[in-house]
Design a protein around this ligand. Structure first.
Ligand code: ZN
Length: 185
């Protein structure tokens, strides 16, 4: 089922989400709905708070991107996107092994009209639990790394605009204010 996506202004997007302690049928069904919702909206990721649920659950699918990453390893072994997408995960924790950063235009399904240049660490080591209970570590870079970072931020109440440089924030100010006013109405 495609769910309604929560837009900026809704306080749920600022919640620090609760860890998932048990993978129930309800969690599995919610994750399936999130994949459908992400696909319908043509997104590369979606976090539970974006459909109004304050739990640490997110989905990512970068398999349609032209160059989603330059490498992808699961538990240290080379892995293929076709085996892992769409990725549904709970309780992520991220580590950044390098200081190298990358800049990329980023969007968010909760901000339909906003795109902004955001700098983030390029390589990520993401430890996530899958819905079958396995905990794995993903090592990757590029768009895949960015999507994992963006969705994990959502689960901590952090939005991509928070990561924009002061200069970029200034250019976004009117659009953000407009969204805020629209939500308040
Ligand atoms: Zn987002």
């Amino acid at each position: 089922m495609v769910r309604e996506i929560v837009l900026f202004g809704d306080p749920v997007l600022r919640e620090k989400c609760r860890p998932v302690t048990e993978i129930t049928d309800a969690i599995t069904a919610l994750a399936a709905d999130m994949v459908e919702t992400m696909e319908a909206a043509d997104g590369v990721g979606l976090a539970a708070p974006q459909i109004g649920e304050d739990i640490q659950l997110a989905v990512v699918d970068v398999s349609d991107a032209e160059e989603p990453m330059t490498f992808f390893r699961v538990n240290g072994e080379p892995a293929s996107l076709t085996d892992w997408m769409p990725l549904k995960f709970i309780n992520p924790s991220l580590a950044f092994p390098s200081r190298d950063k990358a800049s990329m235009k980023e969007g968010c399904l909760s901000f339909p009209e906003v795109r902004a240049e955001i700098r983030r660490p390029d390589v990520v080591h993401a430890t996530v639990t899958l819905l079958d209970g396995r905990t794995i570590t993903i090592e990757t870079d590029g768009l895949f790394s960015r999507a994992l970072q963006h969705e994990t931020d959502h689960l901590n109440g952090i939005l991509f605009i928070d990561r924009a440089s002061p200069a970029v924030k200034l250019t976004l100010k009117r659009k953000i204010q407009k969204m805020w006013d629209e939500y308040a109405r």
